[in-house]
Ligand binder design. Sequence first.
Ligand code: ZN
Length: 101
Amino acid sequence: MKFPFSDEPNTATIVCCHVLEKNEPILFASHDEDDGMWQFLCGHTHETDEARIISLLAAFEIDPSIGELKDMPCGYYATRESIEDHWIVNKIHSNEGDLNE
Ligand SMILES: [Zn+2]
């Protein structure tokens, strides 16, 4: 399977422990505006100690459907209801008030 991202495969990427252990699907993705870091999370709320750093390639191998987001610019995030649904991309609000959702 071809790696679709323009980022290097070894780019540091944040996932939550649920995604890493494949207990939960990836339902939230963000591409950080400040440092360009990708995050792929299960969509539940998280404690900071549930974050894991892996390579972008490893995240892609967990769920190749994140490749759909390869062109999502920095400063945007995407959500989906389930892995069968398409990603819905939105701009990240600067005050990040919706992270408490
Ligand atoms: Zn999680």
